[in-house]
Design a protein around this ligand. Structure first.
Ligand SMILES: Nc1nc2c(ncn2[C@@H]2O[C@H](COP(=O)(O)OP(=O)(O)OP(=O)(O)O)[C@@H](O)[C@H]2O)c(=O)[nH]1
Ligand SMILES: [Zn+2]
Length: 358
């Protein structure tokens, strides 16, 4: 556990730049024969060019190995969650440094751009299959657009989105959740309860743990929603700092400034999943998002786009000849069709400055 607390500072986005390309920005897998003996590892965290990886995962000699990228990787980005191949000193001994010579093809890519006009994609996390979008009932109140953007990024990257509503002791969860009802996203509710003796407990954590079991999940959410509190409850010893945002700079503490992969363990200490905690996301640029990729997550609506004009953005009934309106009106997507189309359009529009609800 001590190890998970180390090297969590200075998330260096230069490490994860990926040139946009038509084939979906997947880094090529370079399988050089001279590195046939490369040791497979998982990237746990990245700190200014130093990557902490886990090798021999699940075996008796499982260990953390600090590595740097080999020059031969070129510009290929490495992200937390990536599976990599390591050569050199992989003993994990103090002051040793291995080299990452290979990045395996990712099964999923959670992407973002710095802002909505930035064409350079950054891979935030590789290989995760769930995205938990954490938002509070109150203090701070949910920002619909922010949640929409996270959901859009999940659908775009092929991750199952899950909404986690925290601080349910402060208000009615149903009210806060109404905006996303049509999306059919699983919802988990967490609330603090204070026992008679003053002890604070977090109700709902068991259901979250169950959801995470057997998965590689990413947690995103704005600062102050209780994400660190939740992570600490899930991963005892994670040491994610809580409730101490610097009032002067508005910046979080060092411990929250880097994405880090943490092991989820059962009562016996066996690993049952992975949780990637991300720094409080202030901007989740979606310049890379295409309507096509998002529509794949709306299989009920997708057939309705056949009649759309070429290059239809599907996001506006007023100014385009989008065929989705007629499709939905004729019952093509069932009773839920109209609400689903509204939700899809809201996600599509969350890319730009429109549709701000707060
Ligand atoms: N009422 C209530 N307060 C909570 C709950 N969970 C966390 N808090 C409080 O909310 C504040 C923010 O919690 P954090 O866990 O630090 O929030 P965070 O989302 O990790 O924020 P950063 O660390 O800034 O990213 C702290 O004062 C917590 O004690 C909850 O379920 N109910
Ligand atoms: Zn259309």
């Amino acid at each position: 556990m001590e190890d998970q607390r180390r090297r969590t500072t200075g998330y260096d986005e230069r490490d994860v730049r990926v040139r946009p390309n038509r084939r979906g920005s997947r880094p090529r897998t370079k399988d050089r024969p001279d590195h046939a003996d490369a040791v497979p590892g998982r990237v746990l965290t990245i700190d200014r060019g130093r990557l902490t990886t886990l090798v021999h995962e699940g075996q008796d000699d499982e260990r953390e190995v600090v590595a740097m990228r080999a020059r031969e990787l070129g510009r290929a980005g490495i992200a937390v969650g990536d599976r990599v191949g390591l050569v050199g000193d992989t003993s994990g001994a103090v002051d040793t440094l291995a080299r990452i010579v290979r990045i395996e093809e990712r099964s999923s890519v959670l992407r973002r751009t710095a802002d909505d006009t930035d064409p350079v994609e950054r891979v935030l996390v590789g290989n995760a299959d769930q995205l938990l979008v954490v938002t509070a009932v109150a203090d701070p109140a949910p920002v619909q657009r922010m949640v929409d953007r996270c959901l859009a990024a999940a659908y775009d990257g092929g991750l199952q989105p899950v909404l986690v509503l925290t601080k349910a002791d402060l208000g009615d969860p149903a009210e806060a959740l109404a905006a996303w009802a049509a999306l059919d996203v699983p919802v988990l509710v967490v609330r603090r309860r204070v026992l008679d003796d003053g002890t604070r407990v977090l109700d709902g954590v068991d259901a979250v743990r169950e959801r995470l079991t057997g998965h590689e999940s990413v947690l995103v959410g704005p600062s102050g929603v209780g994400k660190s509190t939740l992570v600490n409850a899930l991963v005892p010893g994670a040491g994610r700092a809580t409730g101490t945002v610097n009032e002067n700079t508005g910046r979080g503490r060092h411990t929250s400034s880097s994405a880090v992969a943490l092991s989820l363990r059962d009562a016996d200490g066996a690993r049952i999943g992975w949780v990637v905690d991300t720094p409080g996301v202030r901007s989740f640029g979606l310049a890379h998002l295409t309507p096509e990729r998002l529509l794949r997550a709306f299989s009920d609506l997708e057939p309705g786009t056949e009649g759309c004009p070429r290059g239809c953005t599907h996001d506006d009934a007023e100014t385009t000849e989008c065929a989705l309106d007629a499709f939905v009106a004729s019952g093509g997507a069932g009773d839920a069709g109209p609400a689903r189309l509204d939700s899809l359009r809201r996600l599509l529009r969350s890319r730009s400055g429109e549709a701000d609800s707060h």
